[in-house]
Ligand binder design. Structure first.
Ligand SMILES: CC(C)(COP(=O)(O)OP(=O)(O)OC[C@H]1O[C@@H](n2cnc3c(N)ncnc32)[C@H](O)[C@@H]1OP(=O)(O)O)[C@@H](O)C(=O)NCCC(=O)NCCS
Length: 173
C-alpha cells in the first residue's frame, strides 16, 4: 500500500523502518495518549516486533507515515467483527518533531477514505482521552463528529479518565 500525500507518504511498513520508528516512538508524550500496549520506553526490539506484526496482518491495516524519507509515525485501524463488521477503530501517532504541520490531518482523511473503500465500511471511529485536544482537533478537521463522552472509561498513567468518541460516517459526507 502506498498513498502519496502533500506532506507525507502513507505506506506499508518495511523491516528497515525499525530504527527510525524506535527513535520517534520513544516519547512519553506519545505514550500518554495511546493504549498501554504501546511500550514506554520504546526500543528497537519493540519496533521490530510491531513491524513484523503489521506485515503479517491480512488484510493489512497498519501503515507507516513517512516524512523526509524516514518512518516518523503510524496509522492503523482494527476492523470490527460480527455485526460490527462495517465499523473500524482508527489509531495514530506522529513524532513530536513533526507536530503542528497538518500531517496527521491529511493522513487521517486519506486513511479513513482508504479504510471505508477497501473494507466496505460505514463508520470509522476514534476514542481520544479527555486531555488530548490536538487529537480531537485533528479528528474534527478530518470530518469526524463528536458522538459522546465515555466517562471514567480508561485508567491511564495512574489516572481514571474519560475518553471522547468521534466517528466518521459515510452518510455525513
Ligand atoms: C495528535 C497528533 C497525531 C496530531 O498530529 P499533527 O500532525 O500535529 O496534527 P495537525 O498538525 O494535523 O493538527 C493539529 C491541530 O491540533 C491543534 N492543537 C495542538 N495542540 C493543541 C492544544 N493543546 N489545544 C488545542 N488544539 C491543539 C493544532 O493547533 C492543530 O489545529 P489547527 O490546524 O486548527 O491549528 C500528534 O500530536 C500525536 O501524535 N500525539 C500523540 C499521540 C496521539 O495523541 N495519538 C492519538 C490518540 S487518539
Amino acid at each position: 500500500m502506498r498513498i502519496a500525500l502533500d506532506k507525507c507518504i502513507v505506506r506499508s511498513w518495511q523491516h528497515t523502518d525499525a530504527e527510525s520508528m524506535a527513535k520517534h516512538a520513544n516519547n512519553r508524550k506519545i505514550w500518554l495518549n495511546l493504549r498501554d500496549a504501546f511500550p514506554s520506553p520504546y526500543n528497537l526490539e519493540d519496533a521490530e516486533k510491531f513491524i513484523a506484526i503489521a506485515l503479517a496482518k491480512i488484510p493489512e491495516t497498519f501503515f507507516c507515515i513517512e516524512v523526509d524519507a524516514q518512518a516518523v509515525g503510524s496509522v492503523g485501524y482494527s476492523l470490527g467483527s460480527d455485526v460490527e463488521r462495517i465499523s473500524a477503530e482508527i489509531g495514530y501517532w506522529l513524532s513530536e518533531d513533526y507536530w503542528g504541520r497538518g500531517i496527521m490531518t491529511e493522513t487521517l482523511k486519506a486513511v479513513t477514505r482508504y479504510a471505508i473503500t477497501t473494507h466496505d465500511l460505514t463508520r470509522v471511529y476514534a476514542t481520544p482521552y479527555e486531555w488530548n485536544k490536538a487529537s480531537c482537533r485533528v479528528l474534527e478537521k478530518a470530518g469526524y463528529h463528536l458522538e459522546g463522552r465515555l466517562r471514567k472509561s480508561v485508567l491511564k498513567n495512574g489516572v481514571i479518565a474519560d475518553k471522547f468518541l468521534y466517528a466518521f460516517i459515510i452518510d455525513d459526507e
